[in-house]
Ligand binder design. Structure first.
Ligand SMILES: [Zn+2]
Length: 336
């Protein structure tokens, strides 16, 4: 089974211009490192246009586009982004162009309704994750929204974004009620516990080790560390060693390494007591450089470097596991 465990859909701000600006801020370092933008001063509008990050034709990804860009995949996990402020603007998953059929004016407050509508229309393809922000209207409101999203809307997991929303996942007052409710509902949780190129994101709340408190208190909670905790990949991997119910997905990390480095990472993970069964393929589609087809090919090509690295090839069943079977087992879609 092939599953992309980390994707997004729709827009991140009601205003398409703002969505473009937001995307440009997060992509600036990538475009600069590729030599597409000047590195010593802010790019001009013309330079942005010439770089390929055009204001015109910035694509809005709906369900059709996501399926088109995931040929051969059986399931696509779509993660809601809960309401949060960026430069005074309320952002989060929003259906700016009304493609989900959710009634009323578009607003990030309905992020879970949008994701649920897409998942309900194609339940064989999309696995919808809710998102709540306990710092937005308080933890009690977040817990109520999570309950509604799972019981009424049928969403199957929860995505959290502490560093973007100015709260710590180790905070017993803010974070624990949300983890507690997720555990009670029996849903898996994915946490963006990794760095971010968004300037206002708080790195002090980003480290994977901040999930240790949740791991100690919520022993039945299935918790996935997004992006392998990049740049603290070893720290994230150690959390997987320590906590039986912790997992990690590869997006962002897999885009930043060569195929040979990916093999070295997998060999090192296993040698550091992280069963490869705890790793999930993910892409962060539709982010730049995060093409599901290319990243899948990279994962499946790691053994071509086994001689150079001087290791045994990774058994195909383990690579297939990372590509989707591991996630399917975690979610209960596949039985052992
Ligand atoms: Zn993401």
């Amino acid at each position: 089974m092939q599953i992309d465990a980390h994707t997004h859909i729709l827009s991140l701000a009601q205003d398409p211009e703002f969505t473009t600006e937001y995307g440009r801020e997060g992509s600036l370092c990538i475009y600069r490192s590729l030599g597409l933008l000047p590195s010593h001063r802010p790019p001009t509008e013309e330079e942005w246009e010439a770089s390929g990050y055009s204001r015109k034709g910035f694509p809005v990804i709906g369900p059709d586009e996501s399926v088109r860009d995931h040929p051969g995949f059986d399931k696509i996990v779509i993660l809601a982004v809960s309401p949060q402020f960026l430069d005074g603007e309320l952002i989060g998953t929003v259906d700016t162009y009304g493609i989900t059929g959710v009634p009323g004016p578009p607003t990030p407050e309905k992020c879970n309704d949008y994701i649920a509508a897409i998942a309900a229309a194609r339940p064989d393809t999309f696995i919808g994750y809710a998102s709540v922000n306990p710092a937005y209207r308080g933890p009690a409101a977040a817990v109520r929204e999570l309950e509604r999203a799972v019981r009424d809307l049928g969403l199957q997991g929860l995505k959290l974004y502490p560093m973007y929303q100015d709260w710590s996942p180790a905070d017993p007052v803010i974070a624990f009620p949300v983890f507690e409710k997720a555990q009670e509902l029996g849903i898996p949780v994915m946490v963006h516990q990794a760095g971010s190129t968004r300037i206002d994101a708080r790195m002090e709340y980003a480290r994977p080790a901040l999930l240790d408190a949740a791991g100690r208190h919520f022993r039945d909670l299935r918790l996935t560390i997004a992006h392998c905790g990049l740049p603290w990949v070893d720290e994230a991997m150690f959390m997987l060693t320590k906590h039986p119910n912790f997992y990690a997905e590869l997006s962002y990390h897999i885009a930043s390494v060569t195929t040979e480095e990916l093999l070295r990472f997998l060999v090192h993970a296993e040698a550091s007591f992280v069963p490869l069964e705890k790793l999930f393929f993910g892409t962060d589609y539709p982010g730049f450089l995060y093409d599901p087809v290319k990243l899948r090919a990279k994962l499946l090509a790691v053994n071509e470097h086994a001689d150079r690295v001087g290791c045994d090839p990774i058994p195909q069943a383990k690579l297939d596991g990372i590509l989707g079977d591991n996630y399917a087992r975690m979610l209960g879609l596949l039985q052992d």
